[in-house]
Write a protein that binds this ligand. Sequence first.
Ligand SMILES: CC(C)(COP(=O)(O)OP(=O)(O)OC[C@H]1O[C@@H](n2cnc3c(N)ncnc32)[C@H](O)[C@@H]1OP(=O)(O)O)[C@@H](O)C(=O)NCCC(=O)NCCS
Length: 212
Amino acid sequence: MRGLSEPERQRAAGMRHPKRRMEFIRGRSLLRRLLGRLMNMPPELVPLTTLPSGKPALEHPPGTLDLRFNLSHTVGMTLVATTFNADVGIDVEAHRHRIEPLRLAERFFSPAESATLLSLPSAQIRPAFFRLWVGKEAVVKALGGGIGMGLADFDLTVAMDQPLAMVATRWREVDAAKWTLRELDMPNNYAAAVAVARPHVAVHCWNWHEDK
Ligand SMILES: CC(C)(COP(=O)(O)OP(=O)(O)OC[C@H]1O[C@@H](n2cnc3c(N)ncnc32)[C@H](O)[C@@H]1OP(=O)(O)O)[C@@H](O)C(=O)NCCC(=O)NCCS
């Protein structure tokens, strides 16, 4: 747990599931090393805090660079996205074969997204579902929300021949044109996406695979 803050060590110690604990420790030390490099400071001094939503963030004294980030992990993989002056969210998922895409889409996604997914040729349904899932998770993570935020309150593009993008939102204050979404190039059987709550914004993504 070298380089982790006292609250992070305590949080890790309180995690009962060993895999989740390892994932958390690995994620935080990678995150601290990366942010330390970008901010030109030792990893243990990176001023990480947790927002009331649970989203980790940097403490920003007035006048400093507004670097923002988000992190996601799945079996054997940790991804971090960074950007400036805009909220960012990232999500990675390993394709799970037990999952029933249409059933989950009907439960969590918007009626328009479910209907489009259902209309796709059957070989395209599973990859389109996972792309949609990571895209939607990236959006709610940018906003600092969990699944409780309502994945059905906005629509993304569904068909794989269209780039991932925000089509419509049913939130009053955030309109669809304000979003930058990007599907990330991943190894087979993984899907990942990043979302930024600003148009045409530069976003950097780092990917650590377990055997790197
Ligand atoms: C945080 C959340 C939005 C995403 O969790 P997840 O996809 O299970 O896990 P990820 O690995 O992508 O993200 C977890 C990381 O995001 C960050 N995070 C935690 N809370 C966050 C929040 N409110 N907003 C943004 N990021 C958050 C943390 O860095 C966390 O990792 P850590 O605890 O090891 O530091 C979670 O609250 C959630 O709602 N998960 C439900 C997922 C689901 O069932 N989707 C079904 C779609 S069909």
